[in-house]
Each structure stands twice: as C-alpha cells, then as structure tokens.
Write a protein that binds this ligand. Structure first.
Ligand SMILES: [Zn+2]
Length: 200
C-alpha cells in the first residue's frame, strides 16, 4: 500500500496485531480492536485514522460514492452468503428490505438464486420486484406469511451491484434522518461531507 492509494474502511479501524486472535488471522475478534464509529465521529467525520491492515484497497472501477455502504452493510450481508455456502439453485428469503436487505437481494439475484423478499412496507413492493425478488411477502400480514411454501468488491464491480443510494449534504442531516424515519429512504442514505465549503 502506498500514498495516494484508494482505500476504504469498514466497521473496524484497528486491532492489536499481536494477540492470539490477530496472529490467527481473526483480527475482528481481537479484544483490543477499535471500531470506526466508537470514540470518534464515524460517518460524520471528514478524516479518519485506521491501521493499514484494515484499509481495504478499492478496485479502480468502483463508484467511490457507494463504496462506504458496501464496506458496511454490503459485507454484512455478503459474508453470510459465502459462509452458508448458498448455491444458485437455492431459494433464499431476505427479511427486511432496507439498507442491508436490498443489497442482500441484489447479491442473491446475481448469485442466480430465487429470492423471496419479506417487507413490512407495501410502498416498496414494486421496487423490490424490479430489484429481482420473485415474490414479496408483506411481513405484517399473517395470511401472506402462511401462504408461503415454499471476494465481495470484485463481485460488485463485475456485476455492477451497488446499493441504491440517496446523497444528502451533511448540513441536511436532520432532513436525511426524517426521510429515513418516514420510510422514504431508497434504499441507503449517504451523508456527503461538505465541511470544506464552509471553512473561512
Ligand atoms: Zn489483537
């Protein structure tokens, strides 16, 4: 890694590099690990310090405005697909189609699985179907529930899988949170740091 490289940080920003877990390659289990949002400003900051081992090189072709969401929500739902050994012939349910769920849906669709989405927001149904779910179950409707019978960044770039992101400037953070609380977020909100414009 060298100066000027394009990198991203996920949830973690450092680990001790010397404990049993770190030496075993399980850095995320390090008891001295630091999370990127604890004790500092997290996603609201304009700079962040992290250990090089947690800086993840980004593919050149990546849309950098969406990389942050991939390294947080994206990997959270991508990892279980790998760990569970999900196969293209599997039928998979995604429960909750929000910031994470819609990424799971996109991953699984490109994995060629049949995806059934569970959502409590009927207003999202059409968009969920367009994203590739074969069926949308209203998770608030018991009768609908009863009727049922039935290496991430390269993968994203290759298949053009990105979260659907709405950008808000940092100064409109309250508007963004209201947008989210009203169930209007489609599907992930990214706050854009524009502090430099406000410097004297
Ligand atoms: Zn450690």
């Amino acid at each position: 890694m060298k100066d000027g490289d394009k990198v991203g940080l996920g949830w973690m920003s450092s680990s001790c590099m010397s404990c049993e877990q770190c030496m075993d390659g399980q850095h995320h289990l390090c008891s001295k690990s630091e999370a990127i949002i604890v004790g500092r400003n997290g996603g609201f900051s304009d700079k962040v310090r992290g250990h090089w081992s947690w800086a993840i090189p980004l593919p050149d072709a990546i849309d950098i405005s969406k990389a942050g969401a991939l390294l947080c929500g994206g990997i959270t739902v991508f990892n279980p697909i790998i760990l569970a050994g999900v196969k293209p012939t599997d039928k998979v349910a995604v429960i909750g189609i929000g910031g994470l769920g819609h990424m799971a849906l996109k991953f699984l669709k490109h994995w060629r699985c049949e995806v059934i989405a569970f959502s409590s927001n009927a207003n999202k149904k059409e968009e969920i179907l367009i994203m590739g779910a074969s069926q949308v179950i209203d998770s608030t409707a018991p009768e609908e529930l009863e009727s049922i019978t039935g290496t991430m960044l390269d993968f994203c770039v290759r298949h053009h899988i990105y979260p659907d992101v709405e950008e808000f400037p940092m100064e409109k953070v309250n508007e963004a949170i209201e947008h989210l609380e009203n169930g209007k977020a489609r599907f992930r909100i990214v706050l854009k740091n524009n502090y430099s414009q406000h410097l004297p």
